[in-house]
Design a protein around this ligand. Structure first.
Ligand code: PGA
Length: 256
């Protein structure tokens, strides 16, 4: 079963809409048509940039998927400051990151909240990228596998069998995010294989189809090795996605 790798750039709270346009133009310039033959690429700018990037992708027929970094679970209502999945769908967003560790730790997102968001993203015709990952403490105490397993089962609890197959999961060890410390390719593979086995236990065919990204200090130098691992189907890239040339090198990892 061949799964098409998905390389996603999570810009976090960086780049205003002018800078975002420049970034996507540079990225498009760095990549060649054949770079998109074997991978899918998504860019996840802040909300305020989405309309500008949607227009650019559309007008220049770029091959990127538009992504968002979060959304609310409800379609509309009295939720001051929130953005609904229906609004993202209208902007032709394809992928929505849910449950990023920064949102789990800074905004108190529980597995139940993440599960509701993932369900709602699917209900609005988009695909969630559900993030899971252990802290350093949890890894050092030997609890990483069970922590991640609980996050996976809890965060996917509301999805149908078909949705589980379409889903993207991002394994991002918290200690590797923004620190320059990447998990070794072997450790990342072990955890991604474990995640796949958890999905397989819920619905066997979904286990072979679900795409599992690795995230946490991915850069142009370590991407090739990480992506060569059997159960790693792409990358969720933070810091290195803010520089067009380095993100382009990650996207074209198969040429290395
Ligand atoms: P990083 O971030 O690549 O800067 O470590 C990854 C992420 O948080 O998605």
């Amino acid at each position: 079963m061949s799964r098409i790798p998905l390389i996603s750039g999570n810009w976090k709270m960086n780049l205003n809409h002018f800078e975002a346009i420049q970034m996507v133009q540079k990225l498009s310039y760095e990549l060649r048509n054949h770079d998109y033959d074997a991978v899918e690429v998504s860019v996840h700018p802040p909300y305020t940039d989405l309309r500008s990037i949607q227009t650019l992708i559309d007008a220049d027929r770029m091959h990127f998927h538009l992504g968002a970094q979060n959304c609310h679970a409800e379609s509309s209502g009295a939720f001051t400051g929130e953005v609904s999945p229906a609004m993202l769908q209208k902007l032709e967003v394809g992928f929505v990151i849910v449950g990023h560790s920064e949102r789990r730790s800074l905004s108190g997102e529980t597995n139940e909240i993440v599960a509701a968001k993932a369900k709602s993203v699917f209900a609005h015709g988009m695909v969630p990228i559900v993030c899971v990952g252990e802290t350093l403490e949890e890894r050092e105490s030997g609890g990483a596998e069970s922590v991640v397993e609980t996050q996976v089962t809890g965060s996917l609890a509301d999805l149908s069998k078909d949705q589980l197959s379409e889903l993207v999961i991002a394994y991002e060890p918290v200690w590797a995010i923004g620190t320059g410390k990447t998990a070794s390719a072997e450790d990342a593979q072990l955890m991604c294989a474990h995640i796949r086995s958890v999905v397989t236990a819920i619905h066997k065919p979904a286990g072979t189809k679900v795409r599992i990204q690795y995230g946490g200090s991915v850069n142009a130098s370590n991407a090739v090795e990480l992506m060569s691992m059997e159960d790693i189907d792409g990358a969720l890239v933070g810091g290195a996605s803010l520089e067009a040339a380095s993100f382009a090198r990650i996207v074209s990892f198969q040429d290395a």
